[in-house]
Design a binder for this molecule. Structure first.
Ligand code: SF4
Length: 327
């Protein structure tokens, strides 16, 4: 069996809000990322996708606390590292591409200089070698070297996102986190950026964890999918299993609410109700206020995570399987 590059286990994160309330943003989140694999974190806004990335990268705002869990990356628990140790891991071993490249890039600095700065900050490279690497990275993401001296506003949205990917790859990480990397882009450019990520992944053997609310993106690029709801994992399995044999009622509703190119005549069904407030989570199954197949136990008893098929997990009282053990 392939050893995972990253194993997240029982990750639980809270935010302490100014009004004294505590938002339970993540509870018992577990999943694996294999080398060279793409894992999609999906779910509606506020379900904990981005908080999962930020917890693993240890980039939570001051109000955030990881209260329990592990994030084993290449043999080390990232949650136990000191901040200087963690700084050595970020960018060199794992990097992140944020959504909205215009906000992430410095508007008054040439794009090439920003990439070079990222290289120089983390690598013991002299200026000439770093400059050579800038050219290589721009080419890798399909930007002409001649555009190195332009500013972000002179780039299109797709090019800016490519530049962000180049910057994230500056130190040749093994794992790339991509937080809604195509959200602000139109459909054509979105497809190009996804294609680019796939090519880079193949070329570099990179593992990617992609946060998205777009199940079309997941179908396009992901090997495994973690479906999140109200800060917990609702279902987790291969992309094939999640798409073709979804077990959890939320996953089914989510899939039914997205257009399927293979079934153009299908009517899209929205999920009634709204996701739970993390400061006021429902008892029992967090999906029960919106679930149209709930049974009595759903309102009071939190469903355990079950392994319904080897490698396919779902947390629902209606599912059959043995209780999952994530070691
Ligand atoms: Fe619906 Fe109950 Fe399953 Fe939750 S546990 S998804 S409420 S059936």
């Amino acid at each position: 069996m392939t050893t995972p590059l990253l194993s997240v286990r029982n990750l639980t994160t809270e935010f302490h809000l100014p009004d004294g309330k505590v938002a339970r943003a993540l509870e018992d989140v577990s999943f694996d990322v294999l080398p060279g694999q793409t894992v999609g974190l999906v779910g509606e806004s506020g379900c904990g996708k981005t908080t999962t990335l930020m917890s693993v990268m240890r980039l939570l705002p001051a109000s955030g606390r990881i209260t329990s869990g592990r994030a084993l990356f290449q043999g080390r628990d990232l949650l136990q590292l000191s901040e200087p140790q963690m700084r050595a891991v970020r960018w060199k071993e794992m990097a992140i591409v944020f959504q909205g490249a215009m906000n992430a890039l410095n508007p008054v600095m040439k794009v090439g200089d920003q990439i070079r700065e990222a290289i120089e900050l983390h690598n013991l490279m002299d200026r000439d070698a770093a400059e050579k690497r800038v050219g290589e990275l721009l080419e890798m993401v399909g930007i002409q070297r001649a555009r190195r001296d332009q500013y972000p506003h002179q780039y299109s949205g797709g090019m800016r996102q490519r530049a962000m990917i180049a910057m994230a790859l500056a130190c040749s990480p093994d794992l790339l986190f991509a937080d809604e990397p195509t959200t602000a882009l139109d459909v054509m450019i979105q497809a190009q950026v996804l294609q680019l990520l796939k090519e880079i992944q193949k070329e570099l053997g990179l593992a990617i964890v992609m946060v998205t609310h777009d199940l079309g993106v997941v179908a396009e690029v992901c090997d495994s999918v973690v479906v999140m709801y109200g800060g917990k994992v609702a279902e987790y399995g291969t992309a094939d299993a999640i798409y073709n044999a979804p077990q959890h009622p939320y996953t089914r509703r989510l899939l039914a609410s997205f257009p399927d190119l293979n079934r153009p005549g299908d009517t899209l069904a929205s999920i009634p109700g709204t996701p739970p407030r993390l400061t006021d989570l429902p008892t029992g199954c967090r999906f029960h206020p919106r679930c149209d197949v709930k049974v009595e136990a759903c309102e009071t008893v939190s469903p355990p995570m079950l392994e319904t098929e080897p490698g396919h997990y779902a947390a629902c009282h209606l599912c059959q399987g043995r209780e999952a053990r994530f070691s």
